[in-house]
Design a binder for this molecule. Structure first.
Ligand code: DOR
Ligand code: ZN
Length: 395
């Protein structure tokens, strides 16, 4: 019986001073003066539900020189995430049942956190989608890393009709034409079209990596549509491109400083936060790859947003846990609640730190946030009742 004692615990929608008791991987009691056999002193710490990231690229199989299930899941744990949802744009995309099962097997052998999988939809894999019966489907409506993109306009509606309505279809709506007016115009048109189709078929859709206020404004008009934002669009803009050079390339691209500020202002309308952890080696970045690693910096960035007064922790925590579970129908996770899985992230809110790239768990060993000072760091992580990370180290 694991006892987490005297922490400031996020329960429901507020912080309260409580003990938590976990037995057999399940939260069995929340109260005061509880007794356990193994103890963690959490006084002075924030005790959060294990965070859930709906959008990561762990690269295995196919590009394990960038990341694999071991390094990617260790980055997740070090960043406070006990569950991540892996994207299907592998070198050989996850578009058949067999490939999904191969990924599941590898993750089971290697990952130290839970990994769930988005299945990729193509112009001709409708039967495979049925066979695989995945919890969510990802459709690429614009090109990005990998070969996975929907080319035929009719395929979109066909997937919308065939895939169970209560399971979200995640959409990569962004276009990456170098001209911003063109790429944003295309992105907005794609989002609008997808939302009207979702409304027509009364089905759930989820817009991945919104980078502008306008996408959020479009999404909130439909009860069938949810939307995520990645922290890099809140903390980086085109002003950083000169400094970052090739390391600053990401899809969707970084936006203007004005758009970045507008994104903060409409953040209250987003449904969840996603890291879009998309690791590439420094060599791959220098030859043009798009994407940032994000698992180890996203919580710290969002806590910085709280310290800066842009958002409140009471708003933030569910957007990185309960809300993600709700959108993706993940049961018994995302909340500290009796009967729920014992996934807990303990944060030292006073710990001041900076990214040391040599100490990152991600295989890519770089970060666009190197040099920024953070306050608040993941101290201890409990996965299914087991301590996997303690005092900033894996156990
Ligand atoms: O920058 C990006 N990198 N955007 C994406 O949509 C994909 C990702 C990747 O897989 O590298
Ligand atoms: Zn992505």
């Amino acid at each position: 019986m694991l006892l987490i004692q005297s922490g400031t615990v996020f329960i429901g929608d507020k912080f309260v001073k409580k003990d938590i008791l976990i037995d057999n991987g399940i939260i069995v009691d929340i109260g005061t003066n509880l007794k356990g056999t193994e103890k963690i002193d959490a006084s002075g710490m924030l005790v959060l539900p294990g965070l859930i990231d709906p959008h990561v690229h762990l690269r295995e199989p196919g590009a394990t020189h960038k990341e694999d299930f071991t390094t990617g899941s260790r980055a997740a744990i070090a960043g406070g995430f006990t569950t991540v949802m892996d994207m299907p744009n592998n070198t050989t995309p996850t578009t058949t049942k067999e490939r999904l099962e191969e990924k599941m097997k590898l993750a089971k052998q290697k990952a130290v956190c839970d990994v769930l999988f988005h299945f990729g939809g193509t112009d001709d894999n409708f039967d495979e989608v049925k066979k695989a019966n995945p919890p969510s489907l990802k459709l690429y409506l614009g090109e990005t890393t990998g070969m996975l993109v929907l080319k035929n306009q009719n395929s979109l509606e066909k997937h919308f009709v065939n895939f169970p309505a209560e399971r979200p279809i995640v959409l990569h709506a962004s276009d990456h034409s170098p001209d911003e007016e063109i790429n944003l115009g295309k992105t907005y048109a794609t989002v609008e079209n997808a939302i009207s189709l979702a409304n027509k078929h009364k089905r759930k859709i989820h817009i991945a990596h919104a980078s502008t206020k306008k996408e959020i404004d479009l999404a909130i008009r439909s009860k069938n549509c949810t939307v995520e934002v990645a922290p890099h669009y809140l903390f980086l803009s085109t002003n950083d491109l000169e400094r970052l050079g090739p390391m600053g390339k990401v899809y969707p691209p970084l936006r203007s400083e004005q758009k970045r500020i507008h994104l903060w202002k409409s953040l209250e309308n987003v449904d969840c936060i996603a890291t879009d952890h998309a690791p590439h080696t420094i060599e791959d970045k220098e030859s043009g790859s798009a994407g940032f690693p994000g698992l180890e910096t996203s919580l710290a960035l969002m806590l910085k947003g709280c310290d800066l007064g842009f958002i409140d922790k009471l708003w933030l925590i569910p957007k990185m846990s309960e809300q993600v579970a709700s959108i993706f129908n993940i049961e018994k996770k995302g909340q500290i609640k009796k009967g729920f899985i014992g996934d807990i992230t303990i944060v030292d809110p006073k710990k001041v730190w900076k990214v040391d790239t040599s100490e990152l768990e991600t295989k890519c060993k770089w970060s666009p946030f190197e040099g920024i000072e953070f306050k608040g760091k993941v101290h201890t992580v409990i996965k299914s009742g087991k301590i996997v990370y303690r005092e900033y180290c894996f156990v």
